[in-house]
Design a binder for this molecule. Structure first.
Ligand code: ATP
Ligand code: MG
Length: 258
């Protein structure tokens, strides 16, 4: 099958969860995102890869409404994106724990904000402490943790919510390789289990091909979508599989950031 046919088959009959139309973002005179349009499908695992400084975090900030867009629309289920209304969870590039709460209270925090019943709060918190391997550190405060442990707290806080849309901005950049692989597999497991829609941003090509059903490649700023690559590989994926290497090399070629 050609890439074109693969792509056509992929898009056929899918339900749109997030639609981005003509999204443009300027910071004063600096044009960062230039007329970006794409859809994210319901239950899809989409990765966006792009060079440093091309506007990936800016895009997520537009989606989360932390910053205003210059032009264009972002709709979730056909309505303007609104994190207070839509069920979205964010794992930011910069670690965002709450300094005055312990590890376990940081994980409970999101569940409490969402007013989940107390027994669910406790059950989910225990599951997440186990998942990210922080049981022994449950009563520590963020300042007593390493950067990677702190990022694990943020990941646990977000996974705990079983969100409808999970937005992750280079979440594993701080972690060592072994932990990264482990959490990538966990992310896939959770995604398959709860069927959420995941948008995962990274500049790590291998990570994108390992995780995604579809990869969008952004170019240098002002960012536009240069290419879309469908990753039709079975899971669990294997970095050494020739089919994996072929797609990885294709993405690398599409990029040519240098
Ligand atoms: N608040 C801001 N005001 C002005 N310029 C900004 C602001 N935030 C980001 N920029 C600029 O916009 C461009 C894109 O930044 P952004 O953080 O979105 O990139 P990125 O793709 O996430 O990069 P990285 O891979 O390093 O995280 C950069 O040139 C940056 O300097
Ligand atoms: Mg960024």
């Amino acid at each position: 099958m050609t890439n074109q046919q693969l792509s056509e088959n992929y898009h056929r009959g899918k339900e749109v969860k997030v639609s981005v139309t003509d999204l443009t973002k300027k910071y004063d005179d600096l044009l960062v995102l230039n007329d970006i349009s794409f859809n994210i499908y319901k239950g899809e695992f989409l990765c966006i890869v792009g060079p440093t400084g091309c506007g990936k975090t800016t895009f997520l900030n537009c989606l989360s409404r932390f910053i205003p867009t210059t032009r264009g629309d972002i709709l979730v289920d056909g309505q303007p994106a609104d994190p207070t209304h839509h069920d979205m969870a964010f794992v930011f590039q910069e670690v965002s724990t709450i300094p005055w709460l312990s590890v376990e209270d940081n994980i409970r925090f999101g569940l409490k904000v969402k007013r989940r019943p107390p027994d669910e709060v406790e059950r989910r918190t225990e599951q997440m402490l186990e998942l990210v391997g922080l049981k022994k550190f449950r009563s520590y405060f963020p300042r007593q943790l390493s950067a990677s442990m702190e990022q694990r707290v943020v990941i646990a806080r977000n996974f705990a919510l079983n969100p409808d849309i999970l937005l992750m901005d280079e979440p594993y950049g701080q972690l060592d390789l072994k932990l990264r692989y482990y959490l990538e597999d966990e992310l896939i497991r959770i995604w398959q289990e709860i069927g959420c829609t995941v948008l995962f941003i990274t500049h790590n090509i291998e990570e994108a091909v390992y995780l995604a059903q579809r990869v969008l490649v952004l170019g240098q700023k002002p960012a536009t979508i240069k290419e879309e690559i469908i990753v039709d590989l079975p899971r669990p994926r294997n970095f050494a599989d020739p089919a994996f290497v072929k797609i990885r090399d294709h993405v690398t070629d599409a990029i040519r950031w240098w």
